[in-house]
Design a protein around this ligand. Structure first.
Ligand code: FES
Length: 106
């Protein structure tokens, strides 16, 4: 189905298989990606799943809820293309996407 790549703050790359219907956070935690904790289980309530997208992928990852935006407002290292990975439903259209991880999560 395809892959997504997680890039740590120091440039280390980890590729993971896409599992349709899972969130990007679930894929990260199921693959042991360091730096994505997912402490709240995907409720947009902890901010420990922050990722930074490349511009070309940002619009393909869906709308942001008010809860996600509020959580990102409190997130260190927030950038204009920041998302909570628990709020991104992964599908084949995201094959090839790479996301950057911040140095620090909340
Ligand atoms: S897992 Fe808690 S905000 Fe994403």
């Amino acid at each position: 189905m395809g892959t997504v790549t997680f890039i740590s703050y120091d440039g280390e790359k980890h590729e993971a298989d896409i599992v349709e219907g899972q969130s990007l956070m679930q894929i990260a935690t199921n693959n042991g990606i360091a730096g994505i904790d997912g402490d709240c289980g995907g409720e947009a309530a902890c901010g420990t799943c922050h990722v930074i997208l490349e511009d070309q992928w940002f619009d393909k990852t869906g709308e942001q809820s008010d809860e996600e935006v509020q959580m990102l407002d409190m997130t260190p290292e927030r950038e204009t293309t920041s998302r909570l990975s628990c709020q991104i439903k992964v599908c084949a259209a995201l094959d090839g996407m790479a996301v950057k991880l911040p140095e620090f999560q909340m």
